[in-house]
Design a protein around this ligand. Structure first.
Ligand SMILES: [Zn+2]
Length: 255
């Protein structure tokens, strides 16, 4: 979108631009709403992290919540500056996070315990290096979608094997937030011209950030529930301040 007031970060060098007007509120923040809308993701990930640490869930879940935070901070940097380097700091953690999801989803079925994490780690490292040198454009999106698709069959298997109604609701909220968030993202991309002529731009991309923050939170909470069930930690979905679901576990005394 056309520039508003002067920009601290210089001309836009990133390849993707959203519908939001650049530097409309501050010369330090290129896209104000798209930057600020990452804050709920950071707070939700922080709640998830505290819950994982306090109840001594496996380290993978703490790493998962921290990676959500890194992702949101990367996204903030990118939308605040619209620079190519920051675009990479947004995109590379997206891939790392999907690799982490693949590990969490598939590692319980895996026989060779150390090969999978080693492979995924090397894959993530090589990707980061190559991505820092090459602009993938559409290739990045295709690669990312393939990684997402790899997660779906195992996620669905967990869903159909879960008896607990509240845990099943976590999975339903996960799908709903993904669907609504994607719709917001799509409208922002496709109908930008029309939306910009409205008295108030609904900021579809910022809404996508908010919905995806909840989406990650629901995904992680559902996976924590499934893992706790596998480990026989007697998980229950309880609600923080009566609204926000999280997993409460009771580890047997012998563990
Ligand atoms: Zn974004």
């Amino acid at each position: 979108m056309a520039d508003g007031i002067s920009s601290f970060w210089g001309p836009v060098t990133s390849t993707i631009e959203c519908c939001e007007k650049n530097y409309a509120y501050s010369s330090y923040i290129a896209e104000f709403h798209n930057t600020m809308s990452n804050i709920p993701t950071i707070l939700l990930a922080l709640i998830g992290l505290v819950n994982a640490l306090r109840q001594r869930f496996e380290k993978r879940f703490s790493i998962l919540h921290v990676s959500n935070m890194i992702l949101a901070i990367g996204s903030m940097l990118y939308h605040a500056t619209l620079q190519r380097v920051q675009q990479q700091s947004d995109e590379t953690p997206m891939v790392w996070e999907m690799l982490l999801y693949i590990y969490i989803l598939y590692s319980p079925d895996w026989h060779y315990r150390s090969t999978m994490p080693t492979f995924l780690f090397l894959y993530g490292a090589v990707f980061a290096v190559v991505h820092s040198m090459v602009r993938f454009g559409i290739g990045f999106k295709v690669h990312y979608v393939i990684l997402c698709l790899l997660c779906i069959p195992r996620m669905y298997k967990y869903y159909i094997h879960t008896q607990d109604a509240s845990a099943k609701w976590l999975a339903k909220f996960y799908v709903a937030t993904l669907a609504i968030g994607s719709l917001c993202w799509f409208c922002d991309r496709v109908f930008c011209k029309q939306l910009s002529s409205w008295p108030i731009n609904p900021q579809g991309h910022a809404l996508w950030h908010v919905f995806m923050g909840f989406n990650c939170y629901f995904a992680n909470t559902f996976l924590m529930f499934c893992r706790a069930q596998q480990c026989k930690w007697n998980p229950k979905v309880v609600y923080f301040m009566g609204i926000l679901p999280y997993v409460k576990i009771e580890k047997p005394k012998t563990q």
